[in-house]
Design a protein around this ligand. Structure first.
Ligand SMILES: [Zn+2]
Length: 333
């Protein structure tokens, strides 16, 4: 039996959990959720949004809605204008089943509805689909890709900070992580960036297929080859770093829609031939085939999200990381 906890904004969530204990809340019940929030209207809006995300995001990631859970997932929501956004979802894997859901979320109502809730709901979709723990980078990274562009832009800024201060994580080490490292924020920032990199090239469903394949055989390089045409994890790290240095340019539409995985050399050639896209994330994500749902509305409302310009120091000191080196080696520029 494995109890799994998503610690998105985990410190804040622990505060929320403590604060929620004994709080007088208003309840709202949907098919799959029981929401406890400060007011009846908030509980209703959160519950209805949770159902909508559960439906829409399952279609995006898996191609079909999830069946109804045998027991609803309780959601405890702390809602206040100046409350830091965060959430935590725990559940239990046992004998191929998942149950015992608990979700706590906190923040302003807007941030709960546009970021925390879709993030946490995506964790429940992955848990229901895979019925086993995912590597943390893939789990947190993919869940962050459905957050509001402002939140994703924040992760990108943090990523640049981590990569320029020796807090990056070498991919072979990151792919082997089953739990959160002591220095947890780089895992979120890097996991998000890599998930975005892969999803922009193959869509969400290919990403899910890739993770499932990698999990099944614990052969991530083999899975990269089968789903993305890449030779191995260190080579992926190199391509990803090149992409980040270039400002995360959106891939050509043709490579997103391609039915067959591109080859690694093709990727590199395309990346070098492009200039940085000043507004990469929202436009690229919104343009993905099959884009729909509440989340698409967010992307349209948000305007420019991820900053594309790297600090000058990044471009000036492009020392390649030693991806094939010791597992403890940090990614650095
Ligand atoms: Zn999470």
């Amino acid at each position: 039996m494995v109890r799994r906890v998503c610690g998105h904004g985990w410190l804040a969530a622990l505060v929320a959990l403590a604060a929620a204990t004994g709080a007088e809340g208003a309840g709202y019940r949907t098919a799959n959720f029981i929401v406890d929030a400060p007011t009846p209207d908030q509980a209703r809006r959160i519950g209805d949004a949770a159902e909508q995300y559960r439906h829409d995001l399952a279609i995006e990631w898996l191609g079909a809605p999830l069946p109804r859970w045998s027991r609803p997932c309780p959601i405890r929501a702390q809602v206040a204008p100046n409350l830091g956004a965060g959430g935590a979802t725990s559940f239990v894997f046992d004998a191929g089943e998942v149950f015992g859901w608990t979700m706590t979320i906190q923040g302003s109502e807007q941030r709960i509805l546009d970021s925390v809730l879709p993030h946490e709901i995506t964790h429940t979709i992955f848990a229901t689909h895979f019925r086993r723990p995912l590597p943390r980078w893939a789990d947190e990274g993919a869940c962050t890709t459905v957050e509001h562009p402002v939140e994703r832009a924040r992760q990108h800024r943090l990523l640049i900070e981590f990569l320029t201060t020796q807090r990056g994580i070498a991919f072979p080490q990151m792919f082997a992580m089953r739990e959160y490292p002591a220095d947890v924020l780089p895992l979120y920032a890097q996991g998000y960036s890599l998930a975005r990199f892969l999803i922009e090239r193959g869509g969400r469903r290919r990403f899910v297929a890739f993770v499932g394949d990698g999990l099944a055989g614990e052969d991530w390089s083999g899975a990269l080859g089968r789903h993305y045409g890449l030779p191995d994890v260190p080579r992926l790290q190199g391509l990803w770093l090149d992409w980040v240095r270039q400002g995360c340019p959106a891939p050509p539409t043709a490579s997103i829609a391609a039915a067959t995985p591109p080859v690694a050399g093709d990727w590199a050639a395309r990346a070098r031939g492009q200039s940085p896209d000043p507004t990469p994330a929202p436009a690229a994500v919104a343009a993905l085939p099959g884009r729909r749902s509440i989340y698409a509305l967010q992307a349209r409302h948000a305007g420019s999200g991820d900053p594309s310009e790297l600090p000058a120091a990044v471009g000036q000191t492009p020392a390649l990381p030693s991806a094939a080196g010791p597992a403890s080696a940090n990614v650095r520029w």
